[in-house]
Design a protein around this ligand. Structure first.
Ligand code: DGT
Ligand code: CA
Ligand code: CA
Ligand code: ZN
Length: 571
């Protein structure tokens, strides 16, 4: 899909217009356009083909023309002209998350900096602080930004990569020459970010498979092509490898290429102790090289005296010992989830009405959802004033009866800088579910931030702490917060901690979710959907939960409605 490419281009146009001091009105139009592209769940090319670009909220005539030009020709003249009119270094510097257009221009004009490397050097040498309104703190922030940029250039969020990977598996899987096919590597383990996509296939005509693979529409570059292995780069900027293996080795190859490397090393040690050799071709007796397993993964694990271990927990975090004792957890599955407790609608910054969301949720088989629009002071996100919130509660009750799915009314209430909440207790008390989240003043000291959040958790009306660490993968690190103290406070106040399933968040992350579970803290897996299409993010949240060893009983939104309501009332 070209959606994210267009979002990036519009954002870059807005940045460039800002440098040129153009009218804020035009700049906003491009920012809005970028957000509109990001929010789309449908392929922009589909919308274009139906002639419905202008129906996208936030896309006016001028943007629609530019989108059309880009989709037809792969270029956008206006964008290219703007770029050509700026010193190239300035555009480069703006890639750093901490460097806005004004700063970039200043760095370029006053210090002659044109590359990220030069910027890094200037920060380390204390030259940036000599510029107006900049100090040692700015330099520190820029250096952190450069580090983040480098880290994320290499890896992409699971939520971005998985749909593309699944598309490849679907297309290749439909070939009659393909007998078995599976994802492997980190994507099969549902890791939060992915370095490259690994796919395994069995086939008696590898040439056909590789021809199809290397000519897929999303392939932007073929790195290598052979009968047992081919590698390409996809247009989203990630490498994908397909390997063709022998049927009698498929299980062994799947086990080996799923990893993790650490898990594999542990498994190999175990094999050696048993007089066995394990590799991507199978499990063999050392004494006579006889193959004893390899056809399926189950067979491979069984040959080592182990039950099959779910990919998500193959991280050498104690899983092999527990498997041996038959004590692996029964991990939560997508089908265990009975509802979604954090959803936005048009009433704040969401794209769809309650009715549209509720219908989509019902189609997913949910028993209930909770509408949690933003609270009053979050003006930029359309925060809901108190009188409107009461009106919403009435509307929701009526719709609930009409549509045959329980619609709860809640709020994602802002945790203000002093730890108080953005609605008074009388209002919070009337709501079914209160999700409390931090959306402002991220740069507090760890002590202040931890105190702020714990104070909010101590309010008895707060049911769930939303996206507890505030991280945005590839964009913003978690704020400084003491997660051990938050978990302890959650235990004491019986506050539920959220695993926010939005691809950039996955917050709590896997290891923190496991820590919470071990302290007896309950979790909720919520999508924070801003449109009905984003309800599908639930799969990423469940993946993260599974990586955190989470079982259905740890998650409140696996409860049937009545049990959930009991839990909320009695906690
Ligand atoms: P990624 O791509 O960085 O997100 O992470 P992975 O885990 O997909 O890593 P990748 O693509 O380099 O390799 C896929 C799997 O192959 C990896 O999870 C385990 C296996 N593997 C790769 N190199 C080694 C190795 O040197 N030793 C062992 N035991 N396994 C390896
Ligand atoms: Ca990989
Ligand atoms: Ca790989
Ligand atoms: Zn939200």
């Amino acid at each position: 899909m070209k959606n994210l490419e267009l979002a990036r281009i519009f954002n870059e146009i807005a940045d460039m217009l800002e440098i040129k001091g153009e009218s804020p009105f035009r700049i906003q139009a491009y920012r809005r356009g970028a957000r509109a592209m990001e929010a789309l769940s449908e392929d922009i090319e589909e919308i274009f083909r139906r002639g419905e670009l202008r129906n996208i909220p936030g896309v006016g005539e001028s943007l629609a023309e530019k989108i059309a030009e880009y989709l037809k020709t792969g270029r956008m003249t206006y964008f290219e002209e703007l770029r050509a009119s700026l010193p190239p270094g300035v555009v480069t510097l703006m890639q750093v998350p901490e460097v806005g257009p004004k700063t970039a221009l200043l760095l370029y004009e006053k210090l002659g900096i044109t590359t990220i490397e030069e910027l890094e050097k200037a920060c380390k040498e204390g030259k940036v602080r000599t510029l107006p309104r900049m100090g040692a703190k700015t330099e520190e922030n820029i250096l952190k930004g450069i580090e983040l940029l480098r880290r994320t250039k290499e890896r992409l969020p699971l939520g971005v990569v998985l749909p593309h990977a699944q598309e490849i598996v679907d297309i290749l899987g439909r070939l009659k020459q393909v007998h078995e096919i599976s994802l492997a590597g980190s994507i099969r383990r549902m890791k939060e970010t992915i370095g490259d996509i690994d796919i395994l296939v069995t086939s008696d005509e590898p040439d056909v498979v590789m021809d199809t693979f290397t000519t897929l529409p999303r392939v932007s570059r073929v790195l290598s092509k052979g009968t047992t292995r081919s590698s390409v780069v996809l247009d989203v900027g990630i490498q994908a490898d397909v390997r063709v293996v022998e049927p009698e080795s498929f299980g062994a190859a799947l086990q080996y290429f799923t990893g993790s490397k650490e898990h594999n090393i542990r498994l190999r040690e175990r094999a050696v102790r048993k007089g066995l050799k394990i590799n991507e071709y199978g499990v063999f007796l050392v004494k006579n090289e006889k193959r004893i397993a390899g056809r399926t993964e189950e067979e491979v694990y069984a040959s080592l005296g182990l039950p099959w271990i779910p990919p998500e927990i193959r991280e050498d975090q104690g899983e092999i010992d527990l498997a041996e004792k038959g004590k692996l957890p029964t991990l939560i599955q997508l089908s265990d989830v009975k509802g979604d407790l954090h959803i936005h609608t048009k009433w704040s910054d969401g794209a769809d009405s309650v009715e549209e969301i509720a219908k989509a949720a019902k189609d997913r088989g949910y028993e209930y959802i909770c509408i949690t629009d933003h609270s009053q002071s979050l003006k930029f996100a359309g925060g809901v004033p108190i009188d409107e919130l009461r009106e919403h509660a009435r509307i929701v009750r009526r719709l609930s009866d009409k549509l045959g799915i329980a619609i709860l009314i809640g709020s994602e209430v802002d945790i203000l800088p002093d730890g108080s909440l953005d609605y008074p207790d009388e209002v919070l008390k009337e709501l079914d579910v209160v999700v409390a989240s931090v959306h402002s003043r991220f740069r507090m000291s760890e002590e202040e931030m931890t105190k702020r959040i714990i104070k909010a958790m101590e309010n008895p009306h707060v049911d769930i702490l939303g996206h507890p660490t505030g991280r945005l993968l590839g964009q913003r690190d978690a704020y400084q917060v003491n997660i051990e103290e938050i978990i302890e406070a959650a235990r004491r106040t019986q506050t539920v901690l959220e695993i926010n399933a939005t691809p950039e968040r996955l917050d709590l992350k896997d290891t923190h979710a496991r820590m919470a579970k071990e302290h007896g803290v309950k979790l909720a897996i919520n999508t924070d959907a801003h449109s009905r299409h984003q309800l599908r993010y639930m799969a990423f949240g469940v993946g993260t939960a599974r990586r955190g060893w989470i079982e259905p009983k740890d998650v409140v939104n696996t409860l049937p409605l009545n049990d959930l309501l009991d839990f909320l009332h009695n906690r």
